[in-house]
Design a protein around this ligand. Structure first.
Ligand SMILES: *Cc1c(COP(=O)(O)O)cnc(C)c1O
Length: 370
């Protein structure tokens, strides 16, 4: 069967709709080219790179409206490394992990380290969110802001458990795309290759004074902590605008230019309105459609940054994604392990709302012509 050819006037200007790595704007790539010779290939212990790390930390402080005492720390290895770092250096005895998709589940596995008590894992069906419950003895309450594997987003609220218990949020795909009140979290961590439109390999964490105290205390406790996964090392190095070992300079530069762009446009409120406009177009389309429905049934839990759309059994969503790909619209396949008849579309801040409307026109065309 011949592949459907989508007319040019229906195509989005940029066909990248993947959830990570996700669209990097052309302006970021141009700005990389313009600084490349003075940045790439230079020492991360000298001013050009240290100033860049400093700029990223400062812009994050502005973007997230950090109150006094909150700090931005950075390390290598992406959010996956942060989970292990948290098991070594943030969880004192026991975590409660809310699991409603792959990523929440991965942190729960890391929190099941042999030197800790088994985590209190609260599972909820994919497409819904789980609720925290105060339990004595739990010192870290952990949940994702946006579960990238399902497109369900949770409100950021502090869990008022035992004295000193920390609220720890995985914001890998949400950071910079969903507005929230940072004082409701002690640790808000993420990697920059999703809504922050950069490349992989680093993790960042916004940490409260209580989290800093916890990191310092566990580091001084005599617990074995590998250097690479030491949050104390990350804290001390970050204060000097450095990392323990060599960071990816390209990732830092692309991230800096994205943060600059978001802040200059109006910060989190602007980004939030833009991602809601894009995702709202998809949800409205699916609600009005006879053959598609938003996967997340509760509208309040539908993610502004990752829209998941289920299709009726009469439609083969994988075939639609394949046709879109052949037409230059890429990465609309669902999360591989979710296994649903679904399209998953990133509506990150870099993605033009008009391109999402064009994507919808393209999907309609494919449906009508296959
Ligand atoms: C992508 C993702 C991760 C993993 O990030 P890496 O940088 O690849 O380790 C973790 N959590 C969430 C919510 C994600 O979307």
């Amino acid at each position: 069967m011949a592949t459907v050819e989508i007319p040019r006037d229906l195509l989005p200007a940029d066909g990248r709709f993947g959830c990570g790595p996700s669209k990097v704007r052309e302006e970021q790539i141009q700005s990389l080219a313009s600084v490349g010779l003075s940045l790439l290939g230079t020492s991360h212990r000298q001013a050009p790179v240290k100033n860049l790390v400093g700029s990223v930390r400062e812009l994050m402080g502005t973007l997230f409206r950090l109150p006094d005492g909150y700090e931005v720390i950075v390390g290598n290895g992406g959010s996956t490394a942060f989970w292990d770092a948290a098991a070594f250096g943030l969880i004192e005895n026991r975590a409660q992990n809310l699991v409603f998709g792959e990523f929440g589940g991965k942190f729960a596995k890391a929190a099941a380290a042999p030197w800790l008590q088994s985590p209190d894992v609260r599972n909820a069906e994919p497409g819904t969110i789980a609720a925290a419950e105060v339990v004595a003895g739990v010192d870290v309450y952990a949940y994702p802001h946006n579960e990238t594997s399902t497109g369900a987003a949770a409100p950021i609220r502090r869990v008022h458990g035992d004295e000193g218990a920390l609220t720890v949020v995985d914001a890998t795909s949400a950071a910079g795309g969903i507005d929230f009140d940072v004082t409701e979290a002690d640790v808000y961590y993420f990697a920059p290759q999703k809504n922050l439109g950069s490349d992989g390999g680093l993790w960042f964490a916004v940490v409260s004074p209580a989290a800093i105290e916890r990191i310092e205390r566990i580091a001084a406790s005599g617990r074995y902590i590998p250097e690479f996964l030491s949050l104390k090392q990350a804290l001390d190095n970050s204060r000097l605008n450095q990392t323990l070992n060599t960071p990816a300079l390209t990732t830092l530069h692309l991230l800096n230019s994205q943060l600059d762009w978001i802040v200059a446009n109006g910060g989190l409120a602007w980004a939030d309105a833009r991602t809601r406009e894009s995702s709202g177009a998809l949800y409205d389309w699916a609600e009005a459609s006879a053959i598609a429905t938003p996967f997340v049934s509760n509208p309040e839990h539908r993610s502004p940054v990752v829209a998941t759309i289920d299709f009726d059994d009469s439609i083969d969503a994988a075939a639609i994604a394949k046709t879109l790909r052949a037409n230059g619209i890429v990465d609309t396949e669902p999360y591989r392990k979710l296994g649903r008849n679904q399209l998953r579309v990133a509506t990150f801040v870099s993605i033009e709302p008009n391109d999402v409307r064009q994507l919808i026109r393209s999907i309609d065309y494919v449906l009508a012509n296959s």
